[in-house]
Every structure is written in structure tokens, then in C-alpha cells.
Design a protein around this ligand. Structure first.
Ligand code: COA
Length: 275
């Protein structure tokens, strides 16, 4: 797949009700150690898959087949191409929808953790307040954020976080930045909704502050946050703030691979596309 194929990728995303826009596809096609594949049937686009080889974690995403062509083996061929692209890498993962999960299991992926997409229409008049310890992130904060993110995420996703800060500075916030940051978040616009994530914080109070700060700049927008489900207090706080549960994801890794990082400090993922 090349940048000339982005309209085809976007058409497949739109047909499936997915949220990606041009810069999302561009990230896969123009970033180092990333790539994507387009399947064609009878000369027309029929499916896609993409991958990111972060140092320490290879991520498979954008697995999407035209509804008219499903169940004919295209998804399996795309998955094989993606696994070939990351062959030999130490850890390979993806976020599965219920549609994709059986196929991924056949390719040796196993369940690791459950995530939930939550969605809210932001109403600034009813937002929780946030403390003065949170402020907009600047490029000068990136070195400390990227260093902490390598520990908490367990792999080096600097290329993604730099691109998110450039794309959507209004959604990038940092908590108590002196030295070791207590938390940070990034976000991005989309076709249907704005997405907040990743969000990393030392505790729930910092995570709440970061969500409230981000929402303060998104009055009237629809915002999604993809969260782990193991912390019911976090899920309940978001529900009380207006974030309704929308759909599940299953995070899967290749059997035998061991993801690193500190999952308890990851309050929102970057989204199923980007890990
Ligand atoms: C998930 C998805 C990509 C699978 O693509 P697909 O092209 O339908 O996948 P395949 O045809 O290779 O496999 C689907 C099933 O058809 C079966 N199949 C494959 N070739 C077949 C053939 N020639 N005839 C009949 N059945 C066939 C497979 O065994 C498979 O069965 P399984 O689901 O029990 O494993 C597709 O359903 C999709 O785009 N869904 C919506 C988007 C989505 O949720 N993507 C996953 C994101 S994680």
C-alpha cells in the first residue's frame, strides 16, 4: 500500500464505520518501520492490514475486509502478510474486535487483556474541574515524557507520540512536569469522534485531571477513550462523567510473547490502531 492508496483505505474505513482519517493512514505509510498492504479483487480494493514495528513491540492493525468479500480468505491472506512483515520480532500484538478474534486465534494469537471503548458528548458546563498541576504539553516536555513512556508502555513508541503532539497539541497535556512527569496524555481528531489516548498516570487522581483538562478544550465534541477494564473505579468515574460503554476489544499477543511495561499506570490506550 502506498500514499496513493489512502483514498481506498479511507473508503474501506468509512464502509465499516471506522474513525480513521488521512493522517492515520499516512502514519502507517510514511513512518519508519511501519507498513501496510492493500488486497485487491477484480481490480478494486477489497481489504487492508497495517503494522508498526516499535522497538520492543510490533503491532498489527487496520485489518479490514470489504463486507462483500468477507469469508473468502482475504483476511487470512492479509494476516499472513502482516505476520511475515514482523517475523522474528520479539513481541507481536493487536487489538481484536469480536469479528477478528477467531481468525487471530487461528494464527496463534492469544488473549491478554480486555479493553472497552467509551464515548461521551463533551459539555464544558458539566465537566469536573482540574487542578493547576496539569498544563498543556510543549515540545520541550517530550524528552521526559518519552523516557517515562518507554518504562510504562514497555516499548518505544516515540514516533507515535511525537506525531500526536504535532497533530493535536490541544489534546496533549502533562501533569507536574518537573523531572519525572506524574502523567501525560495525547489525543487526535477522527472522522466521527475525537480520541483521547494514550493516557498514563501515577494514580487515578492524576488520570482524572488529565481527562478533565483534555475535555476542557473539546466542548461540543464527541470524545472516545479506550480503557482497560481491570480498574472498576476508573470505569465508574468515567461513566459518571458521561462516558458510556460502547464496545469491547480484546488485546492479544502471539503465544509465548511477553509484553513489558506497567499496565496499572496505563489509563487509556492510544487506540486499537496504534496500541
Ligand atoms: C475480521 C475480518 C478482517 C476477517 O476478514 P475475512 O476476509 O472475512 O477473513 P477470512 O475470509 O480469511 O476468514 C473468515 C472466516 O472465513 C473462513 N474462510 C476463509 N476462506 C474461506 C473460503 N474460501 N470459503 C469459506 N470460508 C472461508 C475462515 O475459516 C474464517 O473462519 P473463522 O472466522 O472461523 O476463522 C473481517 O470480518 C472484517 O473486516 N471485519 C470488520 C472489521 C473488523 O472487525 N476487523 C478486525 C479488526 S481487529
Amino acid at each position: 500500500m502506498t500514499v496513493q492508496d489512502i483514498p481506498a483505505g479511507l473508503a474501506l474505513c468509512t464502509a465499516a464505520g471506522w474513525n480513521q482519517i488521512d493522517p492515520d493512514w499516512r502514519f502507517f505509510l510514511e513512518s519508519p518501520n511501519c507498513g501496510a498492504c492493500l488486497a485487491e479483487k477484480d481490480g478494486r480494493p477489497a481489504g487492508t492490514v497495517a503494522w508498526i514495528r516499535y522497538p520492543g513491540l510490533s503491532w498489527i492493525a487496520m485489518m479490514l475486509v470489504d463486507p462483500a468479500d468477507r469469508g473468502t480468505g482475504i483476511g487470512s491472506q492479509l494476516m499472513k502478510r502482516a505476520l511475515d512483515a514482523v517475523h522474528g520480532d520479539p513481541c507481536v500484538g493487536l487489538d481484536a474486535t469480536p469479528f477478528g478474534e477467531p481468525l487471530y486465534r487461528r494464527f496463534g494469537m492469544i488473549a491478554h487483556a480486555n479493553f472497552l471503548r467509551t464515548r461521551a458528548l463533551i459539555d464544558a458546563a458539566h465537566l469536573p474541574p482540574f487542578t493547576g498541576g496539569v498544563r498543556p504539553m510543549t515540545p520541550g516536555d517530550l524528552a521526559s515524557v518519552l523516557a517515562r513512556d518507554r518504562e510504562v508502555f514497555g516499548a518505544d513508541r516515540s514516533v507515535l507520540l511525537r506525531s500526536l503532539l504535532a497533530r493535536a497539541p490541544e489534546s496533549a497535556w502533562i501533569a507536574r512536569p518537573a523531572g519525572h512527569p506524574l502523567g501525560y496524555c495525547f489525543g487526535r481528531p477522527g472522522r466521527i469522534f475525537h480520541q483521547l489516548g494514550p493516557l498514563v498516570a501515577e494514580d487515578r487522581a492524576v488520570a482524572r485531571d488529565l481527562v478533565a483538562a483534555c475535555c476542557s478544550r473539546l466542548d461540543g465534541a464527541t470524545l472516545c477513550i479506550d480503557i482497560p477494564t481491570h480498574d472498576s473505579t476508573w470505569t465508574e468515574w468515567l461513566a459518571g462523567t458521561g462516558f458510556a460503554a460502547e464496545r469491547p476489544f480484546l488485546r492479544m499477543f502471539r503465544a509465548g510473547d511477553a509484553p513489558g511495561g506497567i499496565p496499572a499506570l496505563q489509563y487509556a490506550i492510544a487506540g486499537p490502531e496504534f496500541a
